[in-house]
Design a protein around this ligand. Structure first.
Ligand code: CUA
Length: 464
């Protein structure tokens, strides 16, 4: 600004001087003397801006380096600030904390602490904009952008998606709750608790139980445990629903479930044509303080816990298996893991309800078979339990289709989860299934399937 001011004052000053000094005077006849080119002057007015612009370039680069975390420093691991991951989806924001807490649309931040936010997208270009806390930054598929997020004062800050990203763009808001560190820690702890909470006022426990059954019956988990829709665990603790189209109250939740498109036009959640009673039951369940359940993050990998929901009452594990979830092992994976990289454990006697979706471009199947079959030369993969296989295991489930099957894990031991389409186990499409004598179910993941991928991209190649 100072430089700009100097230049303006200089130019306007010379103009005013010339207007006065060289004005037409009385008695002056004809044209004034004409001057064509003064080399010294021309060199001066070319060289001066050149030097100025060069100087400004370096000043700008240095200012940019100081105002954002910078890609290179982050990849080198030179930055030590806590890191949060914010992923844009059509049309909601997924928020992942280093503690394993995953939430949506309402971001909690401790006051006075600077966080590095890694901004990504799962589908199209979005733009994360929390105007009071940081710059506007694009969420680009296949690329990670970084900004600093820092709140000086506690409060509620409103932001949104600032890039047109389809029909639901207007309802892609993001709220930031900035609170003192102690309150933030308490919130984080509460998000990690997974004992079943009580239903909201006016609802009964039996309504919530009915709702839990409906949640399974309508396979809500196949979107809401797979990041197609937001994770709903602790949804009752969020202030907004439907990307900010409505506030989160039981009455709004019921309206939303009855006709999502009326509240958020274009939303990907289908209208399940629920009855008023069903919507009420589901609301009782969803607005229970922690429902829907997933395995506690401490007992398993934070991200993997989405794949398994456990209902202790009915002793039923609902397992979401997505074939070709990302490009790990060229798509020969379950939920992104293969070559034994994922270990699913359930206690003996558990009912296992498998929701199997094939997101890859080839047919795939899911079979729970004896672990020794992995080494057997014959290569047959007979189900180890009655019904423990998707239909037509050898020809596979066609690309894009979903199938559901259920079995009872009635014998403790080590088993393999495989795709029985010929050649697919050899390509790495197998994981481990443990039936334990007792204990809690869990999903543990290693790095086996991820090793082949460059580390920064493993989250991003989710869509085949
Ligand atoms: Cu996302 Cu607009």
């Amino acid at each position: 600004m100072l430089l700009g001011l100097l230049i303006s004052v200089g130019i306007v000053g010379v103009m005013i001087y010339a207007l006065i000094r060289f004005r037409a005077r009385p008695g002056q006849e004809g044209e004034p003397p004409q001057t064509f080119g003064i080399t010294r002057l021309e060199i001066a007015w070319t060289a001066t801006p050149f030097v100025l612009v060069t100087l400004l370039f370096f000043v700008s680069v240095s200012a940019m380096q100081h105002s954002s975390p910078g890609q290179i420093a982050l990849n080198d691991g030179a930055r030590t600030e806590p890191r949060i991951t914010i992923i844009g989806h059509q049309w909601w924001w997924e928020i992942r904390y280093p503690s394993g807490v995953v939430t949506a649309n309402v971001l909690h931040l401790p006051v006075g602490q600077r966080w590095v936010a890694a901004i990504k997208s799962d589908d199209v270009i979005h733009d994360f904009w929390e105007p009071q806390l940081g710059p506007k930054i694009q969420a680009v598929p296949g690329q990670t952008n970084y900004i600093w997020l820092e709140a000086d004062r506690p409060g509620l800050y409103h932001g949104d998606c600032a890039e047109f990203c389809g029909a639901g763009h207007a309802w892609m808001l993001v709220d930031v709750v900035a609170e003192p560190m102690a309150k933030f820690k308490a919130w984080e702890q509460q998000q990690m608790t997974s004992s079943l909470g009580s239903p909201p006022g006016g609802f009964t426990a039996s309504e919530a139980t009915q709702g839990a059954a409906l949640f399974g019956q309508y396979s809500c988990g196949s979107c809401h445990f797979t990041n197609i829709g937001p994770l709903l665990t602790h949804v009752s603790s969020r202030s907004i629903l439907a990307g900010g189209a409505i506030s989160n109250t039981p009455a709004h939740m019921e309206q939303w479930l009855l006709n999502p498109d009326a509240i958020k036009p274009g939303v990907h959640m289908p209208n399940f044509q629920l009855s008023k009673l069903q919507a009420r039951d589901l609301t009782a369940y969803l607005e229970s303080s922690t429902a829907p359940q997933s395995a506690p993050p401490s007992a398993s990998h934070g991200a993997a816990s989405h794949w398994l929901a456990w209902n202790a009452k009915s002793h039923t594990a609902t397992l979401t298996l997505v074939a070709g979830y990302n490009s790990a092992l060229s798509g020969f994976n379950f939920d992104g893991y293969g070559k034994g990289g994922m270990v699913i454990s359930v206690p003996a006697g558990a009912h296992v309800n498998v929701v199997f979706t094939n997101k890859a471009s080839l047919p795939h199947s899911a079979v729970f078979t004896a672990y020794s079959n992995l080494q057997a030369a014959s290569g047959g993969y007979a189900p180890a339990f009655q019904g423990a296989s998707s239909p037509n295991p050898v020809s596979g489930t066609p690309a894009g289709q979903k199938q559901q099957f259920m079995f009872v894990a009635n014998k403790a031991g080590k088993y393999a989860l495989v795709c029985a389409v010929p050649g697919h186990v050899q390509a790495g499409m197998w994981d481990v299934f443990m039936v334990t004598k007792s204990g809690a179910p869990s999903v543990k993941v290693g790095k086996a399937a991820m090793l082949r991928m460059p580390p920064a991209r493993c989250d991003e190649a989710r869509r085949p």
